[in-house]
Design a protein around this ligand. Structure first.
Ligand code: ZN
Ligand code: ZN
Length: 108
């Protein structure tokens, strides 16, 4: 949902709906709202299970800020993956969550 520029606060508001009826209600509301310029919606797959806490070389993602994993997001046909990039020097392991056959680094 994109708000007209110039409003205070975030221009991009993400709402989560669980049913088609709720989605229809939200879209109907947004179309009537003068400040909403675009409505996008997509299915988001629930992320199941615990996020990984070690990279595939066994480095812990927790730790101090120096070694904390960087988080990213990759759009995917299955709904998307959270991307954990290992922060350990010289490692650079990039791990999608949930795991994916595509393990290449994200484009950006
Ligand atoms: Zn690592
Ligand atoms: Zn995927």
């Amino acid at each position: 949902m994109r708000w007209r520029p110039g409003l205070p606060g975030d221009r991009l508001a993400a709402r989560r709906v669980d049913t088609v009826a709720e989605l229809r209600q939200l879209v109907t509301w947004a179309r009537q709202h003068p400040d909403v310029t675009a409505v996008r919606h997509r299915r988001v797959r629930e992320l199941v299970g615990d996020p990984p806490d070690v990279c595939r070389r066994g480095h812990r993602y927790g730790g101090g800020s120096a070694t904390r994993a960087a988080l990213g997001w990759r759009e995917c046909a299955c709904g998307g993956h959270i991307i954990h990039t290992c922060g350990w020097p010289g490692c650079g392991d990039v791990q999608p969550d949930p795991p994916s056959a595509r393990t290449a680094a994200p484009a950006r």
